[in-house]
Design a protein around this ligand. Structure first.
Ligand SMILES: [Zn+2]
Length: 379
């Protein structure tokens, strides 16, 4: 692992896709360009986003997830046995169609922008999930690199769709076995190739903690019914720990947020981390990458023996937080965390869903610069 300066500045992963990539993604979906043609367009865009992060003062860069249509459904292209289903197609397999449709409208879910990776066959690796993308970034930057992957609980919840998946995997737990195996192989390969940081995205954990059992919320693709939240959280902890077990030489982290699909904060989940704390503390990862810039996340909590990826800017607002404000947030966090355990990041990605980013690249860049300014002033 490369040495990082104090208060390393990084992102949670995604960046608004430039027009060229959006067009190439559309052409790829329609089969009008080959994957190789698409990748050439994406290569240029990834090089650009690396330069932007370097110039803004990012200490740990990502590829902006530019090659992905969103942070988890891209696995459909990488794995066998996964079929992308639009939410409209999902409507055909959910029981309460009217309720589901109402839910999408109420929660401001971009139904047209999202496809769910549904498990319809045995899972296996067609190509690496992120290793090739990492190697490209490695060849085009000297900065330490963070790689993001959907977490095993999120992937299992998203991919297991009743009415389709049980013909292949009888239960969610059966499917989880193959998800864990594939993610673990990927993380080990990334560690061996020298990735500095591997972040597993598990936003669905907040759905377990903060969505009342009686209501369905939209949390990415957690459309599958869930059991008792405590049981589900136990399952999530065990799956994550099995993925990272024995991984050496790369920093591991888990990102959890309360939703990043809408700029209407009232549709997103709300609640402090207390109900999740006992589970977070048992995760065998170095870092928790958490949102704190939104007041929906409540007060800062000290998690034992963990680094904190501190959310210091809201990715969904036009207003750019000042470096003085960010500095105050960091100083508050230093009352609970030693300085060398604090990383700085936005609350979530700036472009989670390629067709509906939550911000423009201009504002995202200004927010990154403010974060880097605040870090410099404290170093
Ligand atoms: Zn997030």
């Amino acid at each position: 692992m490369t040495d990082l300066p104090p208060f390393p500045v990084t992102t949670v992963g995604s960046w608004p896709r430039p027009r060229s990539v959006l067009e190439a993604q559309r052409e790829l979906r329609h089969g009008r360009v080959t994957i190789a043609q698409f990748e050439r367009v994406a290569d240029t865009a990834v090089r650009d986003v690396l330069r932007l992060q370097e110039e803004a003062g990012c200490d740990l860069v990502t590829d902006g997830e530019l090659r992905r249509d969103n942070f988890y459904s891209f696995v459909a292209r990488k794995l066998t046995g996964v079929k992308l289903m639009t939410l409209a197609e999902m409507l055909d397999v959910v029981e309460d169609k009217a309720g589901f449709e109402r839910l999408l409208q109420t929660l401001d879910v971009p139904a047209y922008a999202i496809s769910n990776p549904t498990c319809v066959g045995r899972l296996d690796r067609r190509e690496p999930l992120a290793l090739d993308d990492f190697l490209f970034v490695r060849a085009h930057t000297g900065r330490p690199i963070k790689v993001t992957l959907p977490g095993p609980y999120l992937l299992t919840r998203a991919m297991f769709v009743a009415g389709v998946t049980p013909e292949v995997y009888a239960t969610k737990e059966d499917l989880a076995e193959d998800v864990v195996r594939l993610l673990r192989e990927e993380v080990l390969a990334l560690a061996a190739a020298g990735a500095d940081f591997v972040q597993l995205d598990e936003p669905v954990l907040s759905e377990l903690a903060f969505a009342p059992a009686s209501t369905r919320t939209f949390m990415c693709a957690a459309l599958a019914a869930r059991r008792d939240p405590a049981e589900e959280l136990e399952l999530a902890v065990s799956l994550i720990n099995r993925v990272v077990d024995g991984v050496d030489g790369t920093r591991t982290g888990v990102h959890v947020c309360r939703g990043n699909w809408s700029r209407d904060e009232s549709t997103l989940l709300r609640g402090a981390y207390h109900p999740l704390a006992p589970y977070f503390e048992r995760l065998e990862v170095a870092q928790l990458v958490l949102e704190y810039a939104t007041e929906r996340a409540g007060d800062l909590i000290a998690f034992r023996d963990k680094e904190l990826g501190l959310g210091v800017v809201n990715p969904r607002t036009d207003r750019v937080e000042t470096s003085a404000e960010i500095r105050r947030t960091i100083e508050d966090a230093m009352k609970l965390y030693p300085a060398d355990k604090l990383f700085l990041n936005p609350d979530c990605g700036f472009g989670t869903f390629s067709m509906r980013p939550v911000n423009s690249d201009g504002v995202a860049l200004a927010k990154l610069r403010a974060m880097a300014d605040a870090a410099r002033s404290l170093r």
